[in-house]
Ligand binder design. Structure first.
Ligand SMILES: Nc1ncnc2c1ncn2[C@@H]1O[C@H](COP(=O)(O)OP(=O)(O)OP(=O)(O)O)[C@@H](O)[C@H]1O
Ligand SMILES: [Mg+2]
Length: 263
C-alpha cells in the first residue's frame, strides 16, 4: 500500500520561495539573503529560513552565530521565536548547534528538523518565506516540495560548464511532472568582475553564457546576472550582509529578481 505524504499549510505565509542549485558554493545563501533583504526594504513582510542543515550560512551572514532562539507558548503550543534583523524574521538550524559542530543526521532526522522549523517557528504574517536550500537535490528539497506549497524556485548558478551539469539536475527535478514547481528565474552569479578603478571593464573569470544556456534549455525567460563583488564577500563574512545592497548595481539586480516573484 502506498502511504500518502502528509502535507502542511502555513496559513500565515502567502508565498514560499526556494533558492536552489544543484551545485555548492555558487551563492545560494548570498542570493537568498539579498533577495529577502531587498523585499523587506520594499515593505514586504519577509521570513528567511536557512534549510541547509549540514552547512548553515544564514547565522554568519547576519552576525548571529552565537545566538540561541527562545521559544514561547501560543494558545498552548510551543513556538520557536525567529530572530528579527534588518526587517527579516530569520530561522536556521545553525542556531541550535555550535558553528564548528558537525550534524551527523540521517534523512529522517533532517526531514523532521526541517518540518519543525517550517511549522513551529512563529513566523507571524509573511508575504514571502524565502528558503535557502543546500546544494544538490536531497531530503531537504524533497520534503519542501512534497510537504509544503512551494510557489516557485530561484535557481542559482555560476557561468562555467562545471556548474551547469549539476544545476541542470536540480532544474529537471523541479520540472518533474509530479513536482512541477515554477522556475521563476536563473541567477547567474559571479558573471564577471569589474575592477574598482576600471569601471568600464569586465573580466569573465568563470567563462560566459552559462546562465543563458540554462534559460534556453529550460525555457526560462528571466536571467539575472550578478557580478563578482569583493565588498559583498567581505560584508557577508563580517555579518553585515545588508551593507552590500548599498551598491547600486547589486540593488538593481535584486530589483529585477523581485519582479519575477508571484504577487
Ligand atoms: N557575487 C559575489 N561576489 C563575491 N563573492 C560572492 C558573490 N556571491 C557569493 N560570494 C561569496 O562566495 C561564497 C559562497 O557563497 P554562498 O555561501 O552564498 O554559496 P552557497 O551556494 O550558498 O554555498 P553552499 O553550497 O555551501 O551552501 C561566500 O563567501 C560568498 O560571500
Ligand atoms: Mg549556502
Amino acid at each position: 500500500m502506498i502511504k500518502e505524504v502528509e502535507t502542511f499549510e502555513l496559513n500565515q505565509v502567502k508565498h514560499i520561495i526556494l533558492v536552489a542549485s544543484g551545485k555548492g558554493g555558487v551563492g545560494k545563501s548570498t542570493v537568498a539573503a539579498h533577495l529577502a533583504l531587498s523585499l523587506a526594504q520594499k515593505g514586504f513582510r519577509i521570513g528567511l529560513l536557512d534549510a541547509d542543515i549540514h552547512g548553515p550560512s544564514v547565522p554568519t551572514l547576519f552576525g548571529l552565530e552565537s545566538e540561541r532562539p527562545l521559544s514561547e507558548e501560543i494558545n498552548g503550543e510551543t513556538r520557536i521565536v525567529p530572530f528579527e534583523k534588518c526587517g527579516l524574521r530569520i530561522m536556521s538550524l545553525g542556531f541550535f548547534f555550535k558553528p564548528e559542530q558537525a550534524v551527523l543526521w540521517r534523512g529522517p532526522m533532517v526531514t523532521k528538523a526541517l518540518k519543525q522549523m517550517m511549522t513551529e517557528t512563529n513566523w507571524g504574517d509573511l508575504d514571502y518565506l524565502i528558503v535557502d536550500t543546500p546544494p544538490g537535490t536531497g531530503d531537504v528539497h524533497i520534503t519542501l516540495v512534497q510537504q509544503f506549497h512551494v510557489d516557485g524556485v530561484v535557481i542559482v548558478t555560476t557561468p562555467q560548464k562545471m556548474a551547469l551539469a549539476d544545476v541542470q539536475k536540480a532544474m529537471s527535478m523541479f520540472r518533474e511532472p509530479h513536482i512541477n514547481i515554477p522556475i521563476l528565474a536563473v541567477v547567474e552569479n559571479m558573471s564577471w568582475f569589474t575592477p574598482e578603478k576600471h569601471q568600464d571593464e569586465r573580466y569573465y573569470l568563470f567563462g560566459q553564457g552559462g546562465g543563458a544556456e540554462l534559460c534556453k534549455h529550460f525555457g526560462v525567460s528571466n536571467l539575472i546576472q550578478i557580478p563578482t563583488n569583493e565588498q559583498l564577500c567581505r560584508d557577508s563574512d563580517e555579518g553585515n550582509t545588508e551593507k552590500a545592497l548599498e551598491n547600486a548595481s547589486l540593488r538593481r539586480s535584486f530589483e529585477e529578481l523581485i519582479k519575477t516573484l508571484p504577487k
